[in-house]
Design a protein around this ligand. Structure first.
Ligand SMILES: Cc1cc2nc3c(=O)[nH]c(=O)nc-3n(C[C@H](O)[C@H](O)[C@H](O)COP(=O)(O)OP(=O)(O)OC[C@H]3O[C@@H](n4cnc5c(N)ncnc54)[C@H](O)[C@@H]3O)c2cc1C
Length: 500
């Protein structure tokens, strides 16, 4: 084991262990090219990788629940115990406490993106308004914007009523622009959000931004109110306990292998249920017959050790805002309750043929890019020890717009394709699935994301080539824009691939 001594401002020297660490789940040694660079610039490397996420390292992996013990039946069978499945169970129970609800979970409740994400609770409408407009009207799209905004309060108040402590802190979202091209995107985003009915937004000048948070080269920020920072694993574990206390049964380590009207096959037996709701988001492509529905896009994070007060005094960030930027390949950051910085981004976003990560272990290149982002945006924390790096998959539909669907004939429904904005969206999806499953005609079931016509992803190798090409262009555009180029043709080409 090699020990690298690393100087950390105002905090003395930290011993960072690296190398020869595989079986313990720690990071493999850096690639040779990187190692050469490290001779002159000691770079912190995550103490641990994978293990689902840092959030579970913080609270401990939950005690396993029993798997399905042979054939069973239920009124409603939900597949997947992430935010979507758990919220659906909660609202179904609230509407009809006599329902027998069974959730089937391949691993453990909260194993997926719900227990790994960046903890941004935003209520933002992250998709293409015009695409929803094409199948509805402006009033319906505005209604969806408002419904999304309402999710923040709904989640916070439900967690409070259920006694769930998820480090929830109400705050603003700050999206920073660090070059003129990003500034142009910031202004366009501001106008677009206002046009679609979001209120309370503010464009901050560089000086106003610096009063909140000091990020080098910041030219300004879009400030979005009514958001919150959460510890996601605490929230999803709390929700699982809440629905269990309501009488919903969660069968863990029970993988669904096939879905038919009225019947779900699993590795542990067959479940008969009149209504079936699939809530498998980034894992959907693994289910037979669903390989081209939702592309599993990888997103990854690193997290520092708790930072000393001297570092925070350089950075600011006393408002614990959730922080991102206007790069084409953007990042998302949070200041945790115990004073760490978590930085997230896409890294290597898609693996050939829908391949998923191994229990949250990211690749070295992704870790290097995230460390570079940490250093660029938070130089005062550049040499902070990095406690953990992890990743997960989120579901991306072919048109990059989330949807909820329910077929009243087969009584099979599903929700997903949140494209990285799932903490809030899963709540709206859960409420909507519950109404659909109960045959209710409500304001939620009339929202324009319900039963939008699906579009399948292209077969391989086309989708791998398209995703790879798109992210290469977006990264190249970011590099050009950092050098002062206008919103670059590369970015437009990347967006064209995405929108075609
Ligand atoms: C690294 C990362 C950062 C993110 N950051 C944010 C953020 O800051 N804010 C935000 O809003 N969104 C964020 N997202 C997206 C958000 O976390 C997800 O959209 C959301 O959690 C999806 O919830 P879900 O319940 O639909 O899916 P998941 O949480 O993925 O749950 C699906 C569940 O289904 C189970 N499952 C899959 N297949 C089967 C099967 N065959 N049988 C039984 N069970 C099965 C899985 O084990 C899993 O537990 C992030 C995502 C990632 C990966």
């Amino acid at each position: 084991m090699v020990v690298v001594k690393c100087c950390y401002p105002s905090a003395g020297f930290f011993n960072l262990a690296r190398g020869n660490l595989g079986a313990a789940g720690l990071a493999p040694p850096p690639a040779p090219r990187h190692a050469a660079r490290m001779k002159t610039t000691p770079t912190p490397w995550p103490e641990q990788t994978g293990a689902t996420s840092f959030w579970y390292r913080q609270i401990g992996t939950p005690k396993p629940r029993a798997p399905l013990a042979g054939d069973s039946d239920a009124d409603i069978c939900i597949i997947g115990a992430g935010f979507t499945g758990l919220w659906a169970a909660h609202y179904l129970h609230r509407a009809d406490p006599t329902l027998k609800i069974l959730i089937l979970e391949a691993e453990f409740a909260g194993f997926g993106a719900s227990g790994r994400n960046g903890g941004w609770l935003t209520g933002g409408f992250a998709w293409n308004h015009d695409r929803y407009l094409a199948q509805s009207d402006a009033a319906a799209v505005r209604a969806m914007v408002q419904a999304m905004l309402g999710t923040v309060e709904e989640i916070i108040s439900t967690a409070k009523d259920a006694g769930i402590d998820a480090d929830i802190r109400r705050t603003d979202e700050l999206l920073i622009a660090t070059n003129p091209a990003q500034l142009a995107r910031m202004q366009a985003e501001y106008q677009s959000r206002r046009q679609w009915g979001e209120s309370g937004l503010a464009l901050l000048t560089a000086a106003q931004t610096a009063q909140r948070l000091r990020i080098p080269n910041s030219l300004g920020a879009l400030c979005i109110p009514n958001t919150a920072r959460i510890q996601p694993a605490k929230l999803v574990q709390g929700l699982a306990r809440m629905v269990e206390a309501q009488g919903t049964r969660i069968a863990e380590h029970t993988r669904v292998t096939a879905i038919h009207p009225g019947r779900v096959q699993t590795t542990r037996g067959t479940v008969t249920a009149r209504t079936i709701l699939r809530a498998t988001e980034g894992f959907t492509a693994r289910i037979p017959g669903h390989g081209r529905d939702l592309l599993p896009l990888n997103s990854a994070q690193i997290i520092t050790a708790p930072l000393p007060a001297a570092v925070w005094s350089k950075i600011g960030w006393q408002g614990y805002e959730i922080v991102g930027d206007f790069a084409n390949a953007y990042c998302y950051c949070q200041r945790t309750e115990d004073g760490r910085i978590a930085v997230g981004g896409r890294g290597i976003p898609y693996r050939f043929n829908n391949r998923l990560d191994d229990n949250g272990t990211p690749d070295d290149e992704t870790i290097r890019r995230l460390i570079a982002t940490l250093r660029r945006h938070f130089p005062a924390a550049a040499m902070a020890p990095i406690d953990h790096a992890w990743c997960g998959s989120l579901g991306v539909p072919r048109d990059w717009c989330a949807r909820v669907e329910f077929d009243p004939d087969t009584r099979i429904g599903s929700a997903g394709g949140y494209v990285g904005v799932g903490v809030s969206t899963a709540n709206l999806a859960g409420r909507t699935l519950a109404d659909l499953a109960l045959n209710r005609d409500t304001a939620l079931t009339r929202l324009p994301w319900v039963n939008r016509p699906p579009r399948l992803w292209e077969p391989e190798p086309l989708r791998w080539l398209a995703l790879r090409g798109m992210y290469r262009l977006l990264n190249a555009a970011d590099r050009a824009e950092e050098k002062g180029a206008n919103p670059s043709a590369l970015a437009r080409l990347g967006a064209w691939i995405k929108n075609s």
